[in-house]
Design a protein around this ligand. Structure first.
Ligand SMILES: Cc1ncc(COP(=O)(O)O)c(C=O)c1O
Ligand SMILES: [Zn+2]
Length: 424
């Protein structure tokens, strides 16, 4: 591969997921077949610079800790808010409930715009600044967009965002507060995605669309770097990821592979894709001929409601290469997982964020994970993103007159007595 000017010297170029063509230069997708691209790094050179001890001396806990493994040649600015460095919790109660020895939750709802998408957004914003772009566009079920808007704020970048009309109010509110121009499309995410691509063709706006832009995957892989380092340079046996377009799971898998290429870890996890039943195109492709075909996309977990996954080929590749598997979960199981994750482990996840836990519970019941294994579920979005679904999961408060008599009646009727009450 010959080197490309706007990739760093440590990057060799791009490789196509569909036809395998390697190219030094590309704007978005493969120049031969329009397949999605991944950035390829010179890991042999990087291996000498990035070591466990060099990293131990670096106080930066954000995604920029990994800047040598990111596709920016000349940083001209980065988002103001800190992205990455999210907590990893040992989920002992959940583990006990499932008969598993070691369960971990990585809470990426703790990013600045409250979702995993900030990892991708940070890299996309840095790239847009490097390229001297003025307008960034993107289509999103909500989180990728609110992340772009949040991370572009204060940097002189205009964001023009396409969302499906039905995106949850909190995500729309985030977009508007951060100053994005919001175009709500009377249709699905898939239709918003296609319209956004047309906008880029016609108006030349920089496009951040998942999968189409090869750099979103680069930001997402930083989660794996953090997981391995937080686990003392070990990896889980299985990593559960909620899947819509398939870009997160593909990025996370790429991250683990790069770490192994750098000699920072010596084995790889199995990747497990968790999809909502009505939105399981990746699972269907993985379990049949590998070809992604559209599905209805129906699910209350709006962030993983996708008819035609835009990075599905890369997601299937991650499952195949890692010896992983795919599970699907019902909306009821997702709502239940929201409750369990909050009540047993103190982590409040939006439906798509808790779907990984729903998938872990399903996988444990199907025997897809063994009791002695170390497993991790990625929590990809915060529960405050979608309060309506949280209320669906958790029910309503009691409503009473502001009188002691009323309160006593309620305490008796509902058996609320005792000093400590605890449900679930
Ligand atoms: C909270 C959350 N979880 C999971 C996903 C799925 O990621 P991907 O579409 O890359 O599969 C998304 C994507 O929007 C998301 O916002
Ligand atoms: Zn190609």
């Amino acid at each position: 591969m010959t080197k490309r000017r706007d990739l760093p010297l440590t990057a060799l170029g791009f490789r196509c997921f569909r036809c395998g063509r390697e190219t030094a230069s590309a704007e978005y997708v493969c120049p031969s077949c329009s397949g999605n691209l991944e950035v390829v790094y010179d890991l042999q050179t990087l291996k000498r610079r990035l070591t466990r001890s060099s990293l131990a001396k670096d106080p930066d806990a954000s995604v920029w800790r990994w800047k040598e493994l990111l596709p920016i040649a000349r940083f001209r600015g980065v988002p103001l808010a800190r992205v990455g460095g999210t907590p990893l919790y040992r989920a002992e109660r959940l583990g006990r409930d499932l008969g598993l020895k070691e369960v971990w939750l990585k809470d990426d709802g703790r990013n600045p715009s409250a979702s995993f998408k900030d990892r991708a957004g940070a890299v996309a914003v840095a790239k847009a600044l490097e390229l001297g772009e003025r307008v960034v566009t993107g289509a999103s079920t909500g989180n990728a967009a609110s992340s772009m808007a949040c991370l572009a704020a204060g940097l002189g970048l205009k964001t023009i965002i396409f969302v499906p009309q039905k995106a949850p109010a909190a995500k729309i509110a985030q977009l508007l507060v951060f100053g994005a121009t919001v175009i709500a499309v009377k249709g699905t995410y898939d239709q918003a995605f296609d319209l956004c691509l047309k906008a880029t063709e016609e108006f030349g706006w920089y496009n951040r669309n998942t999968g189409h832009n090869p750099f979103t995957r680069e930001g997402k892989k930083t989660a794996s770097f953090e997981i391995a380092e937080q686990l003392g340079w070990t990896v889980p046996d299985a990593v559960f990821v909620s899947v819509g377009d398939g870009n997160i799971i593909s990025g996370v898998w790429k991250g683990f592979k790069e770490l192994r290429g750098l000699g920072l870890i010596d084995r790889l996890p199995r990747m497990v894709a968790v999809q909502a039943e009505g939105s399981a195109a990746v699972k269907k492709a993985f379990e049949s001929d590998g070809v992604i075909r559209p599905v209805s996309g129906e699910t209350l977990a709006d962030s993983i409601s996708v008819s035609l996954p835009r990075d599905g080929e890369a997601a299937v590749r991650a499952l195949v290469e890692s010896g992983g598997s795919a599970v699907s979960v019902t909306d009821a199981e997702i709502l239940d997982a929201m409750k369990v994750t909050a009540r047993r482990e103190g982590v409040f996840a939006e439906p798509a964020g808790a779907a990984s836990v729903a998938g872990l519970r399903k996988a444990a019941s199907l025997g897809l994970v063994r009791p002695g294994e170390k497993v991790l579920a990625l929590i990809t979005g915060n529960g405050l993103k979608d309060v309506a679904s949280a209320l669906k999961a958790a029910g309503k408060p009691f409503l009473i007159e502001p009188e002691a008599g009323e309160l006593r009646k309620l305490v008796r009727k509902e058996s609320l007595g005792g000093r400590a009450t605890c449900s679930d």
